[in-house]
Design a protein around this ligand. Structure first.
Ligand SMILES: CC(C)(COP(=O)(O)OP(=O)(O)OC[C@H]1O[C@@H](n2cnc3c(N)ncnc32)[C@H](O)[C@@H]1OP(=O)(O)O)[C@@H](O)C(=O)NCCC(=O)NCCS
Length: 140
C-alpha cells in the first residue's frame, strides 16, 4: 500500500467520491454536487492508495471555534486499517482549539467515541428530508 493524504480539492474525481459514498451506504449525489460541497468546506481530506481514492472527509467551519464534520467514508476493502481515524484526526488538527460536532451514521457512534467524541444531550437538527432521516434512524 502506498498511502497519500491530500488536503485540497485538486484533481479529485468527483464521480468516484459519489461512488464511494454509495458503496458505504451514505447519502450520495451527482459528482458535481459533491465537488461544490467539498470546495465550499473549510477542511477537506482525501486519502489515496497510489492513485486510487480510498477515503475522505470534510468539515465546514468558521475556521476559529465551531466546525461540523461530514462525509467521512473509507472504501470497504480499506476499512479497519486506521484510515478513518487518520481522516478524522487530520480534520481535527486543521482547526486547533475548535469545537467539532457531527452526527454519526447509526451504528458508527463507537468509532467516534474512540476518537474522543461524546454524545450531545441537546443536539437538535432540522433536516430537509426529515421523514427519510427518521426512517434511517437519525432523529426521534
Ligand atoms: C466509520 C469508518 C469511517 C471507520 O473507518 P475505518 O478506517 O474502518 O476505521 P479505523 O480503522 O480508522 O478505526 C479506528 C478505531 O475505531 C474503531 N472502529 C472502527 N469502526 C468502528 C465501529 N463501527 N464501531 C466501533 N469502533 C470502530 C477501530 O476498532 C479502531 O480502534 P483502535 O484505534 O482502538 O484500534 C468506516 O468504517 C466507513 O467508512 N464506514 C462506512 C461509512 C460511514 O458510516 N461513515 C461514518 C459516517 S458518520
Amino acid at each position: 500500500m502506498k498511502l497519500r493524504i491530500q488536503c485540497n480539492c485538486s484533481n479529485i474525481d468527483w464521480n468516484c467520491v459519489s461512488d464511494i459514498l454509495k458503496k458505504v451506504g451514505m447519502a450520495y449525489f451527482e459528482g458535481e454536487v459533491h465537488k461544490k460541497a467539498f470546495e465550499n468546506s473549510y477542511t477537506v481530506v482525501f486519502v489515496f492508495d497510489d492513485e486510487k481514492l480510498i477515503g475522505f472527509g470534510r468539515a465546514i467551519s468558521d475556521g476559529i471555534y465551531q466546525a461540523a464534520i461530514y462525509d467521512v467514508a473509507v472504501l470497504p476493502e480499506y476499512q479497519g486499517e486506521n484510515m478513518g481515524k487518520t481522516i478524522v484526526n487530520s480534520i481535527l488538527k486543521s482547526i486547533p482549539k475548535c469545537n467539532f460536532i457531527l452526527y454519526a451514521s447509526p451504528g458508527k457512534e463507537a468509532f467516534y467515541e474512540n476518537l474522543g467524541f461524546r454524545k450531545m444531550k441537546t443536539g437538535m437538527a432540522l433536516f430537509y428530508n426529515a421523514e427519510k432521516m427518521h426512517t434511517r434512524g437519525f432523529i426521534e
